[in-house]
Design a protein around this ligand. Structure first.
Ligand code: MG
Ligand code: ZN
Length: 224
């Protein structure tokens, strides 16, 4: 037999604090967005679990876009700079946002990162969030589109266990589809789970290894 307890709102002691924190974040996100809009820059933030392939996906997209217009990347990372180092190899501006064990990026940190780069020659900024499928959903950053990356290696339940993540997204990438058969995970079922939550949410299956779906993701991001 399974028993369940559930926190009720009056048991969450920090609720007042949390409310004003989220409000302050939302305001800063608006300011980030206004700054980006003034410069004609689109920011896209990429969320997903550790190991879903966010950095590799961003790297592939940067490869495709950097010769066409200015692209920059912000790498949120709780502890390491390995992702930022990888992207920096492509000679595009990279800002590592070290959250020092913080589990999500917020609009304040992104605002500080925006001060570090020149927005003049830029058209697109990729913001890689911390590998986490829970709280990044609560913290808008000022981006025009939020992308969620799930990979078939994470098993069949990633979508249904993290509804908020998907409800706030404009694009879902189902990554590592070259491994779907080996993992026994159905891309069609994952897609169905997404559409149960949000029927019109675009889902693009990809493999950064074979290149499948990357043209579609590129086109989708250019259209936001
Ligand atoms: Mg990464
Ligand atoms: Zn968090």
């Amino acid at each position: 037999m399974i028993q369940t307890i559930e926190a009720s709102p009056d048991e969450i002691y920090d609720i007042e604090l949390e409310h004003s924190l989220l409000e302050a974040n939302a305001q800063l996100a608006k300011e980030n967005r206004a700054l980006l809009d003034r410069h004609g820059v689109t920011a896209v933030d990429v969320m997903g679990a550790i190991g879903s392939g966010k950095t590799t996906l961003i790297g592939r997209l940067v490869e495709r876009l950097k010769d066409r217009f200015g692209v920059a990347v912000f790498n949120g990372d709780a502890t390491t700079s390995s992702d930022a180092d990888l992207i920096a190899n492509q000679s595009v501006p990279v800002v590592q946002i070290a959250t020092i064990n913080g589990c999500h990026l917020d609009a304040n940190l992104v605002g500080k990162a925006l001060q570090k780069i020149s927005l003049e020659q830029l058209r697109l900024v990729f913001i890689e969030n911390i590998g986490n499928l829970i709280c990044p959903a609560e913290f808008p950053l000022g981006s025009k589109a939020r992308v969620v990356v799930v990979s078939v290696t994470e098993g069949p339940y990633m979508v249904r266990k993290h509804p908020h993540m998907f409800l706030g997204a404009q694009l879902v990438v189902i990554n590592k589809i070259d491994l779907a058969e080996a993992m026994g995970v159905s891309v069609a079922e994952l897609t169905k789970d997404v559409h149960k939550l949000k029927p019109d949410l675009r889902v693009i299956p990809t493999s950064c290894k074979t290149g499948d779906g990357l043209d579609e993701v590129t086109a989708a991001l250019l259209a936001v």
